[in-house]
Design a protein around this ligand. Structure first.
Ligand code: DC
Length: 236
């Protein structure tokens, strides 16, 4: 893949937790020399701050004012997306079970969503980006050239997330991971503000039994085809 020859489009990856979105997003970014925007990490960062401050996910609290003053930064470099709170990289903290247990409640707050959607639109405004999340193809970039809705079998998702957390050294049981994914699936898809939904023009990708290489190949073919359709562009 010659990245210079590929138009700087916007690629939206949506789906439930642990379906393989971020792996595919990173592979696409490496292949196309695009920037990765991990929108879940942004919701997790605000959750981290709320836990630290002992703030409840209560919509009647002055969230918009707090968010405007939060010492949060988003950094995109070397294919990595990092969240920095108070000048400190908080990648490890945002993946902890305490953050996972609370993040869907925080992400259901309209003030939080409005703030982060705006930030994501600014970060992705020039294209050449892959965003992974829940509302990218429906709310953040409804005109994204390519939208993929990633799915995977429930047991596969539980196993993947459990092994991933274990490999990172978190002490967690499979039952906790199962309960957390079920709770987040429910809240993320039933909340009132921009629930997880597939946009009408998505490409469906079930990653349960699909190799990483094949997922990337399919996504690249879809990206190429959509560029050709939209701009009359042809890959060299
Ligand atoms: O992708 P993730 O599992 O790191 O996301 C953490 C939570 O953030 C997820 O349970 C729901 C929320 N989220 C969201 O509501 N909208 C997004 N665009 C991304 C994540």
């Amino acid at each position: 893949m010659h990245s210079e020859s590929f138009p700087r489009i916007t690629i939206a990856l949506d789906g439930f937790a642990a379906c393989g979105k971020s792996t595919l997003a990173k592979d696409l970014c490496a292949a196309l020399d695009y920037a990765f925007i991990d929108t879940g990490a942004m919701y997790r960062a605000i959750t981290c701050w709320a836990l630290r401050e002992g703030v409840e996910p209560d919509a009647s609290l002055p969230w918009a004012r707090w968010l405007a003053g939060l010492p949060l930064e988003w950094q995109m470099s070397d294919g990595k997306f990092r969240v920095v709170l108070d000048g400190r990289d908080i990648e490890e903290e945002i993946r902890s079970m305490s953050v996972s247990a609370r993040v869907s409640d925080i992400a259901a707050l309209s003030a939080v969503r409005a703030f982060l959607v705006r930030q994501q639109q600014i970060l992705g405004q020039h294209g050449g980006v892959v965003l992974d999340g829940r509302d990218i193809g429906t709310v953040v970039f409804p005109d994204a050239e390519l939208k993929i809705f990633v799915t995977a079998d429930k047991e596969v998702r539980i196993k993947r997330r459990f092994e991933e957390l274990q490999a990172k050294g978190y002490s967690v049981t499979e039952a906790e991971v199962r309960a957390n994914l079920a709770q987040r699936d429910h809240i993320d898809s039933t909340r009132l503000d921009s629930p997880l939904q597939a946009a009408p023009d998505v490409v469906w990708m079930d990653t349960s039994a699909m190799s990483r290489a094949l997922q990337l190949q399919i996504a690249l073919e879809e990206a190429r085809w959509r560029c050709q359709k939209k701009n009359g562009w042809a890959a060299r």
